[in-house]
Design a protein around this ligand. Sequence first.
Ligand SMILES: Cc1cc2nc3c(=O)[nH]c(=O)nc-3n(C[C@H](O)[C@H](O)[C@H](O)COP(=O)(O)O)c2cc1C
Length: 240
Amino acid sequence: MNTFETTASDFIAVDGQASTVSEAIHTRHSIREFEAREVPEAVIHKVFGDALRAASWKNSQPWEVHVVTGAARNEISKRLVEAAQSGEPKPDTAWPAAGPADAKRRMFDLGMKIYGVAGIDRKDKEARDSFMLRNFSFFDAPVAAFITTRFDLNFYVGLDIGCYLNTVMLLARENGLGSCPQAALSAFPDVVRDALKLSPEHRVACGISLGFPKPDSQLNRFHTPRESSEDLIRVVKTLP
Ligand SMILES: Cc1cc2nc3c(=O)[nH]c(=O)nc-3n(C[C@H](O)[C@H](O)[C@H](O)COP(=O)(O)O)c2cc1C
C-alpha cells in the first residue's frame, strides 16, 4: 500500500468541543471546509484574546492581530483571490525551501493524502490550482485573521507568532471551532496592508481561518498522521 492511501483510522469526528488541553491537542487538525454559521463576537474575542497569554521572547509580544468578518472579510478575500489569479506570491519573508529527505517525504505524503481525500487527481493542475485558491476565500470560514509584526520577521519572532497561533488553534477547539493556519495569507502582503490601512512597517507573518467545521466533510475529518514519539523524542539519562 502507498503511504498516501488513507484508511478508516485516518479519520476522526470534528464536531463537539474539547474540554481538556490534551483533548484539544489530539482532536485539532486543520479544517478546510467551514459552515457559513457566524461565530459570536464574544467567542472571537475569547479565542484571539486569551491566546495573547502565549509566551514570547522577553515578553516582546511581537504580534498584531487583525480579525476580519462580514463585509471586510468578503472584500479582502475578493482582493486576495484577484491577486492570486493575476500574480505570483511575494511574501515579506521567503517561504521555506524544501528540507531534509524525511521532511520532504512527509510533505509529499500530506499533499497526496489531501488530494486523495478531496478527490483531486494530482496530475490535474487546474483542480490543484483551484484548491489552492480556496486559501484566499478562507475555505469559506466566516472569520479570518492576519498576524502582522513590526519586528523583522526573524527566527524568534516566527517562534513567538507560532506560540500565539497554536494557542489560538487550541482555544478554538475548546470553543467548538475549527481553524486552518495559513502561510498562503502572507502571499500578498501589499493587498493586506492596503485593505487594512497598515503602513509598510507592518509585515504580514501569516493568517488563520476560523469557524465551525462542516462535520460531514471527509476532508475535515482527515486527521493528519505524525511520526512516533520513539522516532523523534530522545530522553537521555546517561550521556552516550
Ligand atoms: C506556519 C503554517 C503555515 C501553514 N500554511 C498553510 C496554508 O497556507 N494552507 C493550508 O491549507 N494549510 C496550511 N498549514 C496547515 C498545515 O498544512 C498543517 O498544519 C499540517 O499539514 C499538519 O496538519 P494538521 O494541522 O491538520 O495537524 C500551515 C501550517 C502552519 C503551521
